[in-house]
Design a protein around this ligand. Structure first.
Ligand SMILES: NC(=O)c1ccc[n+]([C@@H]2O[C@H](COP(=O)([O-])OP(=O)(O)OC[C@H]3O[C@@H](n4cnc5c(N)ncnc54)[C@H](OP(=O)(O)O)[C@@H]3O)[C@@H](O)[C@H]2O)c1
Length: 140
C-alpha cells in the first residue's frame, strides 16, 4: 500500500491538495516544538485523520535552555530533551529528533515510561512564542 506524506503544509495547502486531487495525505511533517506548538494545524490535521509529524522537535536544541524545562526535568528525574519529547508524544505528534551520539539517541527514545501531568502540559503551553527556526512555508 502506498500513502501520501507532505511537509511544510499549512491548512490552506492541504485544502488545495484535496480540492484539486481528491486525495488527502496521511502525514504532514511541519516545524513543531514548544515555541511553535501548531495547535490549530494539529487540530485541522486530526479532524481529517492526518498525523502531524514534528520536525526540529527540540527547536534544533535551542529550547533546551529554558528554566521551566529544567524544573520539569528535575521533578520527573529526566532530561529537558526527554520532557520535550514526552510532551510531543502526549499531544499526539510523530516526532523525529536528530542527535549525533548513540547515548543521546537512546536518551531521546527513552520517553515511554513516564507521564507529564495536565499541569506540566499547561506549563509547557506557556512557552509558545511563535518563534520558528526555519522559514514560514508561506514565505517560500
Ligand atoms: N521537512 C523539513 O523541512 C525539515 C526541516 C528541518 C529539519 N527536518 C528534519 O527534522 C529532524 C530533526 O530536526 P533538527 O535536527 O533540525 O532539530 P532537533 O531534532 O530539534 O534538534 C537537533 C539538535 O538538538 C540536539 N539534541 C538532540 N538530542 C539532544 C539531547 N537529548 N540533549 C541535548 N541536545 C540534544 C542535537 O545535538 P547533537 O547533534 O550534538 O546530538 C542537535 O543540535 C531531522 O531529521 C531533519 O531532517 C525537516
Amino acid at each position: 500500500m502506498r500513502s501520501i506524506g507532505v511537509s511544510n503544509f499549512h491548512a490552506h495547502h492541504i485544502e488545495r491538495l484535496v480540492d484539486e486531487t481528491g486525495e488527502a495525505p496521511v502525514v504532514n511533517q511541519v516545524e513543531l516544538h514548544p515555541w511553535l506548538p501548531q495547535t490549530a494545524l494539529r487540530e485541522f490535521d486530526a479532524a481529517r485523520g492526518i498525523r502531524t509529524e514534528a520536525w526540529s522537535p527540540l527547536a534544533r536544541g535551542r529550547v533546551l535552555g529554558t528554566p521551566l524545562l529544567d524544573e520539569l526535568a528535575a521533578a520527573h528525574g529526566r532530561t529537558p530533551a526527554q520532557i520535550v519529547l514526552r510532551w510531543h508524544v502526549q499531544i499526539g505528534n510523530v516526532v523525529i529528533p536528530k542527535a549525533s551520539s548513540p547515548a543521546r539517541i537512546r536518551e531521546n527514545l527513552d520517553v515511554f515510561d513516564f507521564e507529564l501531568t495536565a499541569d506540566d502540559l499547561a506549563a509547557i503551553a506557556t512557552l509558545e512564542t511563535g518563534e520558528r527556526t526555519g522559514r514560514d512555508p508561506d514565505d517560500d
